[in-house]
Ligand binder design. Structure first.
Ligand SMILES: Cc1cc2nc3c(=O)[nH]c(=O)nc-3n(C[C@H](O)[C@H](O)[C@H](O)COP(=O)(O)O)c2cc1C
Length: 179
């Protein structure tokens, strides 16, 4: 099954996971860049006005693959703006897709994410994994947005997150190959 991994990351967490999973699957991995570098201000404006920044690689690249795996952060309960152009392309050219995130989880999850993905692509993802930094923090720490947003995953976290992500992806790949 020809699988593409496309990742966007602002602070490095999702890129580290995407890289580790791509290596294990020997899948092609593209790291998304925006034509103008994002800042906290442009992120907030993107989310408030539902903006979709121009990105590289061009979203049409998804047409060449059987399974599209998008990795990226969740901002204000929604998919990070640099991944939205890929979701729009998946609406015009449907492919089985997964959305995998390491998000903060300080507020207990992102309940509107599944609905947003369905709206943007017209189809539910075959994999939806929202893994939370709040679960990786030491038990003694106060789980606040400030704390999760500044947390960078370490080697042990990466190993655990990679294992969990691979289990979910392999189930889907095996199911598709048996059809
Ligand atoms: C502007 C902004 C908004 C965020 N909103 C959420 C949110 O709604 N839900 C959540 O779980 N995490 C939220 N986070 C936390 C990020 O999803 C989390 O830090 C993630 O691991 C960052 O991924 P990255 O290192 O790949 O950029 C937010 C972070 C930022 C900077």
């Amino acid at each position: 099954m020809k699988t593409i991994i496309i990742s966007y990351s602002y602070t490095g967490n999702n890129e580290a996971l995407a890289e580790s999973v791509a290596k294990e699957l020997s899948a092609k991995h593209y790291k998304v860049t925006t034509s103008k570098p994002l800042s906290m201000m442009t992120i907030l404006l993107d989310m408030m006005f539902s903006r979709m920044p121009k990105v590289d690689p061009l979203p049409d690249i998804t047409k060449e693959y059987d399974l599209v795996l998008l990795f990226g952060p969740i901002w204000m309960g929604k998919t990070a703006s640099p991944l939205r152009a890929y979701l729009s392309t998946l609406k015009r050219n449907p492919r089985p897709y997964g959305f995998i995130s390491i998000s903060g989880g300080a507020d207990g999850g992102n309940p509107k994410l599944a609905q947003e993905l369905l709206k943007r692509t017209g189809k539910s993802p075959v994999i939806l994994l929202d893994q939370h930094l709040s679960e990786l923090l030491p038990p003694s720490s106060q789980i606040t947005r400030k704390e999760t947003s500044s947390y960078k995953i370490n080697e042990a976290d990466l190993k655990q997150l990679t294992k969990h992500t691979l289990e979910a992806i392999k189930k889907i790949i095996e199911r598709k190959e048996n059809i």
